[in-house]
Design a protein around this ligand. Sequence first.
Ligand SMILES: [Zn+2]
Ligand SMILES: [Zn+2]
Length: 152
Amino acid sequence: MSEIFEGQCQCGEVQYRVSGESLTLFACHCHDCQRQSSSAFGMALWIRLQQMQLKTGQPKLWVRKMPSGREMECSFCPTCGTRLFHRLLGQTEIISIKPGTLNDTSSLQPVAHIWTSSVQPWLHLDEDCLHYTGNPDDFQTLFEAWKKNFAE
Ligand SMILES: [Zn+2]
Ligand SMILES: [Zn+2]
């Protein structure tokens, strides 16, 4: 996905622009993502931090302590509460966009499903995707799968 794409929160106060190639896109079925998205699963579009540019608005930040002990900075619109970005503190290179906030969501087909151990029983996952019962050991496989999508 090499292009410029834009997104915003539900009320439009926070708007952002991303340029260049994204790293990967996956769906997470862990209980935290279910609660955060208030839905069946969460999605994550990973990009490099410097590819992201805020156009308007200033997201509010909340730091979440994860079971691993690491901390994740969560950005959301202070007015409508839409979650926009996630970033692991100490891992400043990558930022995860909540891709449902993009203006064009037509190319949001994930290459992997993670935490399938807590997937909703009615949800049928694409067999061609990578599947992980928990967190992947490393994300290199997910990067390569995403790249392959755009090679042809
Ligand atoms: Zn908003
Ligand atoms: Zn999750």
